[in-house]
Design a binder for this molecule. Structure first.
Ligand code: F0G
Length: 353
């Protein structure tokens, strides 16, 4: 039995796939749940970080994509389509390549991290850059898939979210209990919906006593769920969650309400500060959108909405290497030196005098 069989094999009894379907997997899932001592100290909570950036294409999307592409392949369809702020396209492109399917992605003009474009390109996807935002791309993709022989692999495809439930199951399997609070960045709102459904499954099967409170965080320039209405021109440094009209609006609200959770907004400054803190103090390099969960944790712990002593899991959704440009902005300190041992000693202040 392989050490990392992928989520369909790991949770075969909970993930229905068509009879005789060939499983399309790249070994996704089974990601680290890392304890976060610095965040725990800052918040008075017991904080864990679920590091989804170590999935095969560097984001949580792979959990849903293995299921969506397995179904698409089994259906006999030849092509898949998605709209994306970047990570869905990277994941769809990789799994489609693996399955021998054609993949086309609709991405918004600009505002896509370079690493994600590089992935989709090298995996052989057709990249269509739409003169509009993510919400326009998703509407176009949905319309196209309705009347043409292509499968839509966005999270509006219900099997995607079944795959994404596995992250909640893994957390419970590792901790032996559910956390008290689960913090997530929210864009199109599929992931918070999937986590909640995953926890509800485990609670129904008595594998956990109770599901956690779901805390969803949006960037303040793209916070439709916080404001209770769509945002027509969403904007944030966290390009992955630059979404103005989330597709999974209703189930996300249901997750928040049923769990006694909340939606809140965090500013780009808070996001970038949490992004740097995670990298510099916890050794975890994430993309900016992922840090919204941690920015939200810091905000809600500081104002008392998360009681001290709570067990909290923050999902960090994508790898920092997706977006090197943001990492390097204003932070590059390279010191040119000659090939001289003394120069190194001097530069590092290692002399005794
Ligand atoms: N974090 C990252 C890194 C993402 O890429 C996304 C969504 C989210 C969080 C939010 O998850 O949409 O389920 O609420 N990215 C989508 C994409 C929109 O196209 O890659 P969500």
């Amino acid at each position: 039995r392989p050490v990392k069989p992928g989520i369909i094999h790991a949770y075969s009894e909970r993930i229905p796939i068509p009879d005789d379907a060939a499983v399309v997997t790249l070994g996704e899932g089974n990601t680290p749940l890392v304890s976060a001592p610095r965040l725990s100290e800052l918040t008075g909570c017991e904080v864990y970080v679920k590091v989804e950036g170590v999935n095969p294409t560097g984001s949580f999307k792979d959990r849903g994509m293995t299921v969506a592409i397995t179904h698409a392949l089994a259906s006999g369809i030849k092509a898949v389509l998605c709209a994306s702020t970047g990570n869905t396209s990277a994941s769809a492109a990789a799994y489609a390549a693996r399955a021998g399917l054609t993949c086309a992605v609709l991405v918004p003009q600009g505002k896509i991290a370079m690493g994600k474009l590089a992935q989709a390109t090298l995996h052989g996807a057709r990249l269509l850059q739409i003169d509009g935002n993510f919400d326009d791309c998703l509407e176009l993709a949905r319309k196209t898939a309705l009347d043409h022989p292509v499968t839509l692999v966005n999270s509006v495809n219900p099997v995607r979210l079944i795959g994404q439930k596995t992250a909640a199951w893994e957390i419970c399997d590792v901790l032996g209990v559910a956390p008290d609070v689960h913090c997530l960045p929210v864009g199109n709102a599929g992931n918070i919906t999937a986590y909640w459904a995953g926890y509800v499954d485990y609670a129904a099967d008595k594998l956990i006593e109770a599901a956690p409170r779901m805390f969803g965080f949006q960037a303040s320039g793209a916070a439709p769920l916080v404001h209770g209405e769509p945002v027509s021109d969403p904007d944030t440094v966290a390009t992955a969650i630059r979404v103005g009209s989330p597709a999974s609006w209703d189930p996300a609200v249901e997750a928040k309400n049923s769990s006694g959770g909340l939606f809140d907004a965090v500013s780009d400054e808070q996001i970038l500060s949490a992004y740097r803190l995670l990298a510099a103090s916890e050794g975890i390099f994430v993309e900016p959108a992922s840090a919204a969960s941690v920015a939200g944790l810091l905000q809600t712990a500081a104002d008392g909405r998360i009681p001290a002593g709570s067990t909290v899991v923050c999902t960090v959704t994508g790898h920092g290497l997706k977006d090197p440009a943001t990492a390097l902005e204003g932070n590059v300190e390279v010191e040119p030196l000659p090939v001289d041992p003394q120069a190194v000693v001097n530069a590092l202040d290692l002399t005794d005098e």
